[in-house]
Design a protein around this ligand. Structure first.
Ligand SMILES: NC(=O)c1ccc[n+]([C@@H]2O[C@H](COP(=O)([O-])OP(=O)(O)OC[C@H]3O[C@@H](n4cnc5c(N)ncnc54)[C@H](OP(=O)(O)O)[C@@H]3O)[C@@H](O)[C@H]2O)c1
Length: 241
């Protein structure tokens, strides 16, 4: 019989993270969702009987305080939280530097800080760390793409570090996923959806559930011989290496 696992999902109140949290909860796991907006994570936790914990994952002290309230044993950590920040206010280098720093803060730090804080509690052996990357980290897309590429690179060091303890660390790389709160600065109308769908091999845009399915597999006990990997879930829009 399958035993209940303790799963922490950052950014579990919306979009991909919510779909991931739902999938684990449906499989009978105990799920804890993290995010800044208490209303979103509370609604998610109430929906599937999980726990919500509000935290800004870019803030080291807040991460420490929040983690003090998390269980001592964690089986799966999903580093999903991350966001695009507004473009540089202008060409002034001070603005450019502020934009790049902010983008790295909002993509890299949530994964790195939460992982560092929880690492001692991740199950040994059998623990799973899954981080959400992006095809932007493979093909560019400015500071956001560069920050996601940093997550991809960081994962390799992480996987090397935790491998001897029987923990795996992998990156699931989504392409364009609809129905998320992700792109506040882009207009995604019907025409743009159609354009994005056409650019894939399967002729449709991604759904949060597509990404969740890959995360759940990579986090499964059966996936123990898979580590340091990139799992590309982009409908073939960006082909893997
Ligand atoms: N949608 C896409 O097409 C796409 C493609 C490739 C990769 N991704 C990646 O997928 C992940 C999930 O994004 P999404 O598309 O599902 O968008 P989303 O709906 O905006 O989800 C992002 C989640 O992360 C949380 N979050 C962001 N910054 C946080 C912080 N500092 N501390 C705590 N929680 C934080 C947000 O909650 P709060 O605002 O309440 O904190 C939100 O629930 C992100 O890493 C994103 O970069 C998305």
């Amino acid at each position: 019989m399958r035993t209940e696992r303790c799963v922490v999902v950052s950014g579990g109140g919306s979009g991909i993270g919510l779909a991931v949290a739902r999938r684990f909860a449906k499989s009978g796991d105990r799920v804890i969702v993290l995010g800044r907006r208490l209303d979103r994570i509370t609604a998610a936790a109430e929906e599937f009987g999980g726990t919500a914990l509000a935290v800004d994952l870019t803030d080291p002290q807040a991460v420490e305080d929040a983690c003090a309230r998390l269980p001592e044993h964690i089986d799966v950590l999903v580093n999903n939280a991350g966001e695009r920040v507004p473009p540089a206010a202008g060409p002034d280098l001070v603005d450019v530097a502020a934009h790049w720093r902010a983008q790295f803060d909002h993509v890299v730090l949530p994964a790195v800080l939460l992982t560092e804080a929880l690492l001692p509690r991740i199950a040994r052996p059998g623990g799973r760390i899954v981080s959400i990357g992006s095809t932007a980290g493979l093909r560019g897309n400015n500071a956001y793409g560069a920050a996601k590429a940093a997550v991809h690179a960081w994962n390799h060091t992480l996987a090397t570090r935790v491998g001897p303890d029987g923990i795996t660390a992998n990156v699931v790389i989504p392409g364009f996923v609809a129905d998320t709160g992700f792109r506040f600065d882009m207009t995604i109308d019907e025409a743009e959806h159609a354009r994005r769908a056409e650019a894939t091999l399967v002729k449709r845009v991604g759904r949060p559930e597509d990404i969740a399915a890959a995360v759940v597999f990579v986090a499964s006990p059966e996936a123990g011989y898979m580590s340091g990997e990139f799992v590309n879930v982009s409908g073939g829009h960006v082909l893997g290496r």
